[in-house]
Design a protein around this ligand. Structure first.
Ligand code: GLV
Length: 385
């Protein structure tokens, strides 16, 4: 493919290069995938106001997320099995994020470990935490995150039970893939991926293997989450984690104003409006549809961040206009990673930066921190919707 110009270009290339089970793992939602699709399509109904003859010189996208400077308000979201989209995927993505001046968030369910990122990237990063029944393991994981130089903890609250993604069951998703005939035939068509994997020791869940006791078949995500994740997780546990961590805390997975209120009262620094990329409760609102009511409920009391469906810089600016202080991209960077490794993540961030910058200028603004509902056609009605 010639130079990729859109996130869709990267997706098409990733689909060609990444083994089917891992491409499908990223590109799927729960059950009917209705919420997954709505995350993207609901952005299209939001219309921008074109302004003319306004000074467009000296534009800036620089902002902050949880008080930390960012070159643009776009962080890499925590995504499971990132190191299966491309060998050493988390290291490549963290390097690209660092070069672009945006935060990288390592998932608990990553292939590369906290220590791998600390040793091979050596720059501050964020860490996403799932709460498991084994609280000693969680306490140790938090200690490891502190030692690795993590500067914000992202606590996910919407995945104590795994939503069903049909493709993962049909593909027999596991990390590493099992040597079945179907897998071997598919892998034979992905030589770059195979060569990369042969060259790295990192092929299973790096944060868990050798650290958690009594874990059964770790390669199967669904049985492992069912065994280990704590379905009794409560706001008391959030407090326990907040005290144990003691640093910047971001609560991920808020879709309802009542939960947003609890998040604000928890003393966390930020919340992320998210439906886990449509991978958990199918039939829930899209993230962008849920955002305005949450901003109305808690805006000004806790930083509201946004995740879900962003495939362009235009989507970023729409989320900011509806009250998000910053945004996360998940699949968009995974497609870049699967397509071209670190270079692909850099390409993804470049595409988004350029789209965000030009859109901001054509809406008549020069500073991303000035973006608000005024750039939207009927911005106030959007906020109340
Ligand atoms: C894990 O975070 C998943 O959505 O699969």
């Amino acid at each position: 493919m010639a130079q990729p110009l859109t996130i869709e270009d990267l997706r098409i290339l990733a689909k060609r290069r990444v083994p089917r089970m891992f491409y499908d793992y990223a590109d799927s939602g729960a059950w009917t995938e209705g919420t997954y699709r709505a995350n993207e399509t609901d952005f299209q109904a939001i219309k921008l106001r074109q302004r003319v003859a306004v000074d467009m010189t000296n534009r800036t996208l620089a902002s902050t997320m949880v008080g930390q400077p960012v070159a643009m308000p776009v962080a890499l979201a925590p995504t499971g099995l990132t190191g299966m989209q491309h060998a050493d995927g988390e290291i490549h993505a963290a390097r690209a994020a660092d070069k672009a001046g945006v935060p990288f968030t390592l998932s608990t369910m990553s292939i590369c470990s906290l220590e791998d990122i600390a040793n091979h990237v050596g720059k501050p990063f964020w860490f996403q935490l799932y709460v498991m029944k084994d609280r000693d393991f969680i306490a140790r994981l938090i200690e490891r995150a502190k030692k690795a130089g993590v500067t914000a903890l992202v606590l996910t609250l919407d995945l104590q039970i795994l939503g069903q993604r049909h493709k993962d069951i049909r593909n027999g998703l596991s990390a590493p893939p099992k040597p079945t005939l179907a897998n071997l035939i598919n892998l034979a068509t992905k030589p770059r991926w195979c060569l990369g994997m042969l060259d790295t020791p990192r092929r299973s869940f790096g944060n868990i293997v050798g650290h958690a006791k009594g874990v059964g078949d770790l390669s199967s995500l669904s049985s492992w989450t069912a065994e280990q994740f704590d379905p009794a997780l409560s706001w008391d546990d959030v407090k326990w984690i907040k005290d144990l961590w003691g640093g910047k805390l971001i609560i991920k997975g808020i879709l309802d104003p009542e939960d947003a209120e609890k998040a604000a009262q928890s003393g966390a620094d930020a919340l992320i409006v998210s439906n886990h990329g449509g991978r958990q409760l199918d039939g829930a609102l899209s993230s962008i549809a849920a955002l305005p009511a949450i901003v109305d409920q808690v805006g000004g009391r806790i930083e509201v961040l946004f995740d879900g469906g962003i495939r362009s810089g235009q989507d970023v600016i729409k989320a900011l206009a509806l009250g998000a202080h910053g945004t996360f991209i998940g699949r968009a960077f995974l497609y870049g990673l699967g397509a071209m490794g670190e270079k692909g993540v850099t390409a993804c961030l470049d595409i988004i930066r350029k789209e965000l910058d030009i859109t901001m200028a054509l809406c008549g603004l020069r500073d991303v921190r000035d973006v608000d509902g005024r750039i939207l056609v009927d911005g106030n009605r959007q906020r109340r919707a």
